[in-house]
Design a protein around this ligand. Structure first.
Ligand code: GDP
Ligand code: MN
Length: 381
């Protein structure tokens, strides 16, 4: 798929509502949620919200992932809610662990020390494993191997507009590889060495500079002649430590696992895993890399902008941020069986709106400079 120059690179897949094409062919796709038994209520609420707004028409499978065995209560409750096939997977211990090369006893002690030093989530071994798992392992989970597409969902999120089309089918049709709803700044002290490492990696592998990569470089306020001078200095990678920290918020993702399963991505992950940064940044006791940064910088390295998709027609909430489009006019369909979302109280319809029966306050958006930058890269005007 190659976009024509006359087309916008990344238009919404749908404006307003349609009659869901329930008889159309599905993509090879699954909804995934990594969660714990104790998050039963939050998991149920998220899946119920996704069912109400999307899956009630499309019945995609839902695969739950856990590093521990599932409780019967979790299984029976979620089986009730999911309208498609449902599976409860337990992640292999080796996928939820320190990298093999690391001395485990030593690593455990240092992780505990992060906690003792009051570093946010730094002392939670499982949080580090989770970040590493979502960066480099999830796409190899046995139960996911046969799927190409996934929609990542977390406990306690809300979807607030109806999704009356099949986003997997549209992603495939438009040659997309990675879809997001919110872009924002990474917390700087979790990643002080990450961009430098990836930037050096990029150089070493002679990867070309994509437009997305450019959009993640911090604007330089140095006067132009001085910038030219800096770039001429031999040992300096002008973009080395210059990440603007913009990244896609990965608690929502609709993406192609074949991107992550590619040799290029695996090599990048192995390189980063070898640095130990999912546990210890720069060998110091501060917080460490999250999967959102890894996914985003990998997309910036390897993907042309037209393979990214911004789901601007989605209403989405993950504490503390939310996005909500205005409803398109004509959102109400004549066929009442497709009307209800949850309580049916959708907000007003507007000229220029693109949402479908959104229940959220139109325009109540978390908008960041990052959002504008990254969006600009995939949708230049
Ligand atoms: P945050 O958004 O960065 O604060 O991270 P979350 O706490 O939301 O965790 C991200 C995802 O990983 C969510 O889907 C969680 O349910 C899941 N998760 C986090 N820690 C664990 C864990 O120890 N075990 C399991 N099974 N899932 C976890
Ligand atoms: Mn989260």
């Amino acid at each position: 798929y190659v976009p024509r120059p006359s087309q916008p690179l990344d238009a919404p897949f749908q404006i307003g509502c349609q009659d869901p094409k329930t008889d159309a062919a599905r993509e090879n796709a699954t909804i995934i949620m990594l969660t714990r038994n104790k998050d039963l209520d939050g998991a149920a609420a998220s899946i119920q919200s996704l069912e109400n707004h999307f899956n009630r028409w499309f019945h995609y499978p839902v695969i739950f992932l856990n590093d521990k065995p599932w409780s019967n209560k979790f299984i029976t409750t979620l089986t009730e809610i999911v309208s498609g096939e449902v599976k409860f997977e337990v992640i292999l211990a080796e996928m939820w662990d320190y990298p093999k090369w690391m001395n485990k006893e030593d690593a455990k002690e240092r992780v505990a020390a992060q906690g003792a030093n009051g570093i946010y989530k730094g002392g939670l071994e499982s949080y580090h494993h989770m970040c590493r798992f979502y960066s480099g392992k999830f796409y190899d989970v046995e139960g996911l191997k046969s799927y190409k597409w996934y929609w990542r969902v977390e406990p306690n999120v809300q979807f607030s507009c109806a999704v009356t089309y099949d986003p997997f089918v549209e992603m495939a049709k438009h040659g997309k590889k990675y879809g997001y709803t919110i872009a924002l700044w990474e917390v700087g002290n979790t990643v002080p060495s990450l961009f430098r490492l990836i930037s050096d990696y990029k150089k070493e592998k002679h990867l070309k500079t994509t437009d997305l990569w450019k959009s993640m470089i911090k604007a330089s306020w140095a006067p132009i002649p001085f910038r030219v001078f800096l770039s001429l200095l031999p040992s300096r990678d002008a973009s080395g430590d210059a990440w603007n920290l913009c990244h896609y918020w990965s608690n929502f993702e609709i993406a192609d696992m074949d991107f992550f399963r590619s040799r290029e991505y695996r090599e990048l992950f192995d390189f980063l895993d070898g640095k130990g940064g999912f546990y210890f940044e720069r060998a110091s006791e501060i917080n460490s890399w999250g999967d959102a940064s890894i996914h985003s910088l990998a997309a910036a390295l390897f993907l042309p902008p037209h393979q990214l998709h911004h789901f601007q027609d989605f209403g989405y909430f993950h504490e503390p941020w939310r996005v909500c489009p205005a409803n398109a006019r004509g959102g109400q369909l004549p066929n009442s069986k497709f009307l209800a979302v949850s309580d049916g109280k959708w907000m007003e319809e507007r000229d220029g709106g693109i949402g479908c029966r959104c229940e959220c306050e139109a325009g109540r958006n978390f908008q960041s400079v990052c959002f504008n930058k990254l969006r600009q890269a995939t949708n230049p005007r």
